[in-house]
Design a protein around this ligand. Structure first.
Ligand SMILES: [Zn+2]
Length: 191
């Protein structure tokens, strides 16, 4: 396993446990989620403290050897949030396509809800609907979590508003939970 050094704390870690960033010559930082963008990359722990140290001490510019714009913690957290959100939508879209995810309406119709591993509820769902989903999830012992907003979900998925999505594949559910945990952590850092 390839190892790299965190720009913030200086610790050596497995590459897969670090975040990779690249920069283009206009000075823009990019978050290289898949760690595949060619060219020089720098690494950071998934930790606000390390991100802060790197941005405050101008470590991106030093590492790349040219002035890097947006060397700012909030900007970097925004990049992370954007990419994780996009990835969650991609996973969900693929899941819907592969019938590993069904909207609440369709799962209800087919009576498959009881087999779900995870329920993803839109963050701005109405109180009554929320209570209804909670009741269903506790009856079948399904973990549920909130993600995004109605409008974003319908734009990114099947084009119709659905209050919730049920995930039937364990591996996919775990991946989605991992991404949602990261997003929650970032949101906690921002507050
Ligand atoms: Zn670190």
């Amino acid at each position: 396993m390839q190892q790299n050094i965190c720009l913030g704390c200086g610790k050596t870690k497995d590459k897969s446990d670090l975040l990779r960033f690249t920069a283009i010559h206009s000075g823009e930082i990019a978050f290289d989620f898949k760690q595949k963008i060619p060219g020089r990359g720098v690494y950071l722990c998934f930790d606000k403290v390390c991100i802060d140290v790197a941005t405050r001490q101008n470590k991106f510019s030093k590492a790349f050897g040219f002035d890097v714009n947006n060397q700012d913690t909030d900007y970097i957290l925004g990049l992370l949030r954007h990419v994780y959100e996009k990835y969650m939508f991609t996973l969900m879209r693929q899941g819907v396509g592969a019938k590993k995810i069904e909207s609440s309406v369709s799962a209800d119709k087919k009576n498959t809800v009881k087999n779900a591993k995870l329920c993803i509820v839109s963050g701005d769902v109405g109180k009554d609907t929320e209570k209804n989903i909670e009741r269903i999830c506790s009856r079948y012992n399904i973990e549920y979590m909130f993600f995004s907003k109605k409008e974003m979900l319908s734009d990114n998925l099947d084009g119709k508003y659905r209050a919730a999505y049920f995930v039937f594949d364990k591996k996919l559910a775990d991946k989605l939970k991992e991404m949602a945990d990261k997003l929650n952590e970032i949101n906690n850092w921002v507050v």
